[in-house]
Design a binder for this molecule. Structure first.
Ligand code: ADP
Ligand code: MG
Length: 253
């Protein structure tokens, strides 16, 4: 999609778990070539929102438009096929397999929660094709030197970047990243930010859930703030940093 075109639009998304309203009339949009942060205190409903957007879960009400198509309640597989790709809050790698193999799994099962190699059942041509596709993404994120290293031997920052390489395999136009900088050292955060800026410059849209405010505010174009399942603020990083409701949510809680 052309830069600046709205590709994702959540409209009044509500998700209730029994009596708990985890997302309450949440609306947000993301444009091609934009990095949007979704922030808020623990339990605010950010991961739940990601699940509604990516087809991992179905909203109780409301809609999600992705590239103009209503996808609320559609399968994560179908949504991934349309060009939305995500990572999860906790690293989901196969530590004894190589970096390349871990990425190839992403190329094989886009959008699924994970698959075991035994379930691949691929013929040799298909396997070779997946490995070629995976190698392109490993190079794209700068992990070429680690292609044949065991994923579990990488530093946490590299594992997060590996997860992004895996997400890139389906050739997405929108990436959803759930706390990619959590637990990373400063240098690793800088490498991650650099990668995300490069993807953005290629026209990628990125929606990122992140707690590290220095990381968020220096990287993103816009910020949406959630508290208790609701949107409490939206704006440029500078506006959000001085927004009284946001300060209250983080400090007053
Ligand atoms: P965040 O990612 O902002 O920390 P979550 O979206 O994980 O918050 O959770 C929001 C709220 O929804 C929390 O109170 C959490 O316990 C609840 N919640 C999330 N998923 C479920 C579920 N599958 N069943 C019941 N409650 C859930
Ligand atoms: Mg979360």
């Amino acid at each position: 999609p052309p830069m600046g075109e709205t590709i994702l639009e959540a409209k009044d998304v509500t998700r209730k778990f029994g009596g708990l309203v985890a997302n309450n009339n949440m609306s947000l949009s993301v444009k091609a070539g934009e990095i949007l942060a979704l922030i808020g205190p623990n339990g605010a409903g950010k991961s739940t929102m990601f699940n509604q957007l990516s087809g991992v879960d179905t909203p109780t009400s409301g809609d999600v438009l992705f590239r103009g198509k209503s996808v609320a309640g559609h399968s994560s597989r179908e949504i991934a096929g349309l060009g939305m790709s995500r990572t999860f809050q906790h690293v989901r790698l196969l530590p004894k397999m190589t970096v390349l193999e871990n990425v190839a799994i992403g190329a094989h099962r886009r959008g699924s929660k994970g698959v075991l190699p035994a379930a691949w059942r691929l013929d040799r041509d298909e396997e070779a094709r997946l490995l070629r596709e995976a190698a392109v993404q490993v190079e794209r994120v700068g992990l070429k030197d680690f292609m044949f290293a065991e994923a579990g031997s990488l530093a946490l920052g590299q594992q997060r970047i590996l997860e992004i390489a895996r997400a890139l395999c389906s050739d997405p136009c929108l990436l959803l990243l759930d706390e990619p900088a959590a637990g990373l050292r400063l240098k690793e955060k800088q490498a991650l930010a650099e990668l995300l800026r490069r993807l953005k410059s290629e026209g990628m849209a990125v929606l990122i859930v992140e707690h590290d405010m220095d990381f968020v505010m220096s990287l993103v174009d816009r910020v949406v703030v959630m508290e208790f399942g609701e949107k409490i603020a939206e704006g440029l990083p500078a506006e959000i940093q001085s927004n009284p409701a946001v300060l209250e949510a983080y400090l007053g809680g």
